[in-house]
Design a protein around this ligand. Structure first.
Ligand code: HBI
Ligand code: FE
Length: 291
């Protein structure tokens, strides 16, 4: 049964056992390449003073310029000599076990489709701009590259201990929505923020969200929302710190977490090292809920 390729023209592409597909780079239209260039130019310009330096340097090192949608095999040939990572095309999100296995082997699965014009500013699913502009550049940083492989290796263990929700929170609050202390301010490294101009402003400038120093146990206990800006952002000191905090086996962490409940996305707890307490005004307006 073939599914209507409504927004993702790869929806019915033949898949390998590891869920990878052929990117068919020659099939991208001029309009799709142009859309990439406009997405890239807008984000790259506004991130000059907002993204961590490692991200900005990697954009240059990987030559992720505005020359249309990257060919993942060619991009991988530039990335692999730096940190051993390659980027492999997939249709969409892949099952957790498959995702972890790719990361454990230094392969980043990236969606091959590009968002439709109607969803230029935001889309729920990870398209090629989110995955390649948001996630791939930092794989050129050695400490971050090691962290991502360690995360993949930890994934299989987490699944065997039913701790996947805790590990997914770690991914969410760092890889997707992480901030880093840099000099006198905060900078962005999370892919979900980097690939969103709205959230690149909100995460750093808006008084609404809490900004709290990263703590592994705290992050692994904290629920998150997937359809709006975050109510809390966690701040690391460096990728080296993140790697050191997360490189060890998580067994003792899981043991500590076993008896503890989840923390709501909008809450603060006494042990928090709060950098900026949020007003949560954005959520009171948008959700009307007891934010
Ligand atoms: N699949 N292609 C892809 N990309 C992701 O970022 C991804 C995924 N599958 C699962 C997943 N992320 C998250 O559930 C991780 O926390 C495991
Ligand atoms: Fe992502």
């Amino acid at each position: 049964m073939t599914r209507p390729a409504e927004k993702n023209r790869y929806a019915n592409a033949p898949r390998n056992a590891d869920y990878t597909i052929d990117q068919m780079w020659h099939s991208y239209s001029a309009a799709e390449h142009d859309r990439w260039d406009r997405l890239y130019a807008r984000s790259e310009a506004m991130l000059q003073d907002r993204a961590v330096l490692e991200f900005l340097n990697a954009l240059k090192a990987l030559d992720l310029s505005q020359s249309g949608i990257p060919d993942m095999a060619e991009l991988s040939d530039r990335l692999e000599p730096l940190t051993g990572w390659r980027v492999v095309p997939v249709v969409e999100l892949v099952p957790d076990a498959v995702f972890f296995d790719h990361l454990a082997h230094r392969r980043f699965p990236a969606g091959a489709f590009i968002r439709p014009e109607a969803e230029f500013d935001y889309l729920q699913e990870p398209d090629i701009f989110h995955d390649i502009f948001g996630h791939v550049p930092l794989l050129a940083d050695p400490a971050y590259a090691d962290f991502m492989q360690a995360y993949g290796r930890g994934g299989r263990r987490a699944m065997s201990r039913n701790m996947l929700p805790n590990l997914a929170r770690l991914y969410w609050y760092t890889v997707e929505f992480g901030l880093m202390r840099a000099g006198d301010g905060l900078k962005i490294f999370g892919a979900g923020i980097l690939s969103s101009v709205g959230e690149s402003r909100f995460a750093l400038d808006d008084p609404s969200p809490h900004r709290i120093a990263f703590d592994l146990d705290r992050v692994m206990r904290t629920d998150y929302i997937i359809d709006d800006y975050q109510q809390t952002y966690f701040v690391i000191e460096s990728f080296q710190q993140l790697l050191e905090d997360c490189y060890a086996d998580f067994t003792p962490v899981y043991d500590r977490l076993a008896g503890q409940g989840a923390i709501a996305p909008n809450a603060t707890v006494p042990s928090d090292a709060v950098i900026t307490p949020g007003t949560l005004d954005y959520f009171k307006q948008t959700k009307g809920s007891a934010a």
